[in-house]
Design a protein. Sequence first.
Lengths: 250, 250
Amino acid sequence: MSSGRGSERVLILLEWLAGQTRAVTLAEASAALEAPKSSVLNLLRMLVDMGYAEREGDTAYRLVRLPGEVAAGHVLQGTLLRRCEPAVRAAVAASKETGFIAVVDGAYVRYLCKILPDREIRYDRNIEIPRRTVQVSSGVAILTGLSDAALADEAARAEAEGLGAAQALVERVQEARAAGYAVTRRGVVEGAAGVAAPILDAKGKVVGALNIAGPAARLAENLDQIIDIVRSGAAEASAALGWRGAPLGA
Amino acid sequence: MSSGRGSERVLILLEWLAGQTRAVTLAEASAALEAPKSSVLNLLRMLVDMGYAEREGDTAYRLVRLPGEVAAGHVLQGTLLRRCEPAVRAAVAASKETGFIAVVDGAYVRYLCKILPDREIRYDRNIEIPRRTVQVSSGVAILTGLSDAALADEAARAEAEGLGAAQALVERVQEARAAGYAVTRRGVVEGAAGVAAPILDAKGKVVGALNIAGPAARLAENLDQIIDIVRSGAAEASAALGWRGAPLGA
DNA sequence: TGAACGCGTTCAGTATACTGAACGTACCAT
DNA sequence: ATGGTACGTTCAGTATACTGAACGCGTTCA
């Protein structure tokens, strides 16, 4: 079995660079990796070419980004899922209802995960079916990140498709913006209801939503508590992605 | 100039894996990278061997960690610096005093960076000189992370070295724990003073301190404001490292 | 039931990466 | 001013990685 000496070395080099606090020289890196200077030089040059490092003057290299790292304003969905899943698990444990992470995909909401509560009567649906954003609380929560113009466009499109009055949708999103969460008291699925709050990335851009859903009657009984749990969970998920400001609607 | 086809590919593979939300097959990865199956198989096997991915059943691979990624309870200092520097910059801008990030190194505090305020009379010192933890506010802030037993040991050691009464040091650290920050009204450097608060990692372990320092008289004039800025900054830095709870002393 | 298909895996042949030695340059010590 | 040292860089020769074709297996479809 073989993969390259270079492949392994570049990962070791990245780990070592991540541990350095200042720019490093070729000689330092070569010594640290116990590899020939010419080999390490090629690796460093490749890292510069690929945007992971930059040259500092004539003699030093500085790491600027790691592979897969959450860059400002750009979250990879796998990373989003890995970083945010603990917050969803915590919200499911606290609320004892089903939790989801949703992202937007065109005019649809797609679900990255579903976490079921440990109880017998629970809301369980197939998350491979995307939903129209305007029809679910996750979608409404995500729409809070749109500009007013983009929101008006989206609402007009939904109205043209017979999915409800544009004005009503705009109002609903504006309410969600002010409150920091969206509620669907009657979901697409008969008898289900849900609460969702937006997840922000490091720059405060809405990249997804955390959603807790369950039987409508049960959610109605505990709505205030569910709302708190969802908002806390979304704040935790946002923090995990690097957002450091207040949650929406705070 | 050449570094391996494998070296470049493994980074592309990691970026792609970071964007996937579920475990992937060899065939999917091969298609995504537009590379031969046998080549990609070797790369995936190497990632499993190195602990970045794990095999899921017979046919799928899942990313579990990225190179240089902050793992729970273990922050690489370069990553700590890259993640926390923006918080220090913000604190320097707000306070108009000099900011530092400090980490512990044995019985010494070492400084990872110094950020100077944009003003003419400012506190500027050589950060290559480490300081004894017990003698600076950064050190005291970091000592708040010790257990009572470890703190007692450290205090006894400092007393034996003629650096002050053990009891006084223990009390000082306990005050800092309760308050969430430490103040040095008279620093090692004549006429300087400083405020520091601990920086926590994702598991709540103290890994460093954020410190604002300046001329003693000027800090005395604005102490309450500086304290708020330092605590906010340390909370922001901690959040950047994945800590999601309340700051110390909240 | 049998053929076709797709996937994971192997390995001999092909292709290319890796590196040791040497060079040019800058810096330091005498 | 000169010699020594260390670093970044180059490149011809050396070493090893990469991969196309084939295989075994499981699944699907007619």
